[in-house]
Design a protein around this ligand. Structure first.
Ligand SMILES: *Cc1c(COP(=O)(O)O)cnc(C)c1O
Length: 417
């Protein structure tokens, strides 16, 4: 059974995937640009859409974003460089650097390119103020509450390290160093829904009025969730936009200045576009449990072990005989890593769980869905396994956008010194 997602209809078909497997071997990531474009269009009412590139930072994905007038967020020197290579011009607020610290090399770069700094700490403001007076800055406000799909992705409240607790203190530093305050930003977490919308908008209103500075932008942050489980609902974007747009208008009229409304999604734009294809190498019984062991592990896709995330999983049988009348098996789907937590099927709180899938045999393929966000970008070389290829489907063509890392390249960091 190949899980029929409406989103990938006619594009990531069984034959096309088998062709890619033959050409590039497994494991591989495949992204469908049509889905990214479709998601971009859903946000067209917002004045500015800024892609949180940490969710999927491949330069070719960034180029696609740029083509559709999406701006970009960078959270490290590496991400600034990616944005520049993808062709983002630092002028016009195209790249914003968001962080809670400002490392020396980043400081140099943001000054060189006049990249606005979205400050998540007073120390950042002091540092940029001392070296680059008049620099454009945003204040990232911690509104003293947060949300998210997991405690690790909740970015508000006193258990989160993110943002500035006291925006008034930030403003006094901004004044002291004559920094140019251009925007206010609130991002309460990843995997948010409409539940806290009212509260976040109110917080933005409250702080804008409290600071009473003429600003050019407000940012609603990112975090828009996507449906991962069959029962999950799509977020109501129109409602989301309306509430924020109302907030923008109120702030704009109180501060008596035009304001642009920005949104900063990562997952929403790329999550559903991606799949991870891996091969089954072993199907083994351990007491009452059946383990299906793949050649992709949490070094490739980290979300399940990190957040107990649910991803749809489907099967691509290589042998037609396997497919016919294939009974369902209840199994735990695991990777090759030398660590028992290398599992893709968890229940909440990290409890190992099973999944019902059509019976598989070594040689069959497994597809893990909705892995376009926080998939490849979170991969590591754990167990000394190389980074795997990324392939982008665009304009009726499949294009390799990252080749497989060679083991030699990985070891070179140690052998070349
Ligand atoms: C991670 C992050 C985002 C994007 O979160 P998603 O859940 O992928 O939309 C947006 N803004 C900031 C500041 C972030 O840290």
């Amino acid at each position: 059974m190949y899980y029929k997602s409406n989103l990938h209809k006619k594009i990531l078909t069984k034959n096309k995937i088998l062709y890619l497997i033959k050409k590039y071997k497994t494991p591989i990531w495949i992204y469908n640009a049509d889905i990214i474009i479709k998601q971009i269009k859903k946000l067209k009412k917002f004045d500015i859409v800024r892609f949180a590139q940490k969710s999927c930072s491949n330069i070719h994905i960034l180029k696609l974003m740029k083509k559709y007038n999406i701006k970009v967020d960078a959270v490290s020197l590496g991400e600034i460089k990616r944005a520049l290579i993808a062709g983002f011009k630092p002028k016009n607020n195209n790249i914003v650097f968001t962080s809670d610290i400002l490392e020396d090399e980043v400081l140099e770069k943001v000054i060189k390119y006049n990249i606005p700094v979205n400050a998540g700490s007073i120390d950042m403001l002091k540092k940029i103020g001392k070296t680059s007076p008049k620099h454009p800055v945003w204040i990232r406000i911690n509104p003293k509450f947060g949300d998210g799909h997991h405690i690790k992705t909740n970015t508000g409240g006193e258990n989160s390290k993110h943002g500035i607790w006291n925006p008034k203190q930030a403003l006094s530093i901004i004044k002291k160093y004559h920094l140019n305050l251009i925007g206010l930003h609130i991002h309460i977490g990843s995997g948010v829904n409409e539940k806290n919308l009212y509260k976040v908008c109110n917080a933005m209103k409250k702080y804008s009025i409290q600071l009473n500075e003429k600003i050019q932008f407000i940012s609603a942050g990112g975090g828009l969730n996507i449906p991962y489980k069959p029962e999950d609902k799509e977020i109501n974007i129109d409602n989301y936009f309306e509430k924020w747009n109302e907030t923008k208008k109120i702030i704009s009229s109180i501060l008596n200045c035009p304001i642009e409304l920005e949104i900063e999604p990562g997952r929403f734009l790329v999550g559903q576009s991606g799949i991870l294809v891996a091969q089954v190498y072993s199907v083994k019984k351990m007491g009452k449990n059946t383990f299906v062991i793949l050649n992709a592990g949490f070094n490739d896709l980290m979300r399940p072990i990190l957040y107990s995330s649910y991803h749809k999983i489907s099967v691509l049988h290589i042998n037609k005989k396997n497919k016919k009348n294939s009974p369902t098996i209840k199994c735990i789907i695991a990777g090759p890593l030398c660590e028992s937590g290398d599992i893709f099927t968890f229940k909440k709180k990290g409890l190992i769980f099973y999944r019902n899938i059509p019976k598989v045999y070594p040689g069959d393929y497994i597809i893990i869905h909705d892995t376009g966000a926080y998939g490849a970008s979170m991969s590591s070389n754990y167990n000394s396994r190389p980074l795997i290829p990324e392939i982008l489907y665009k304009k009726n063509k499949f294009k390799l956008i990252r080749r497989r890392q060679k083991i030699k390249e990985m070891l070179n960091l140690e052998t070349s010194i």
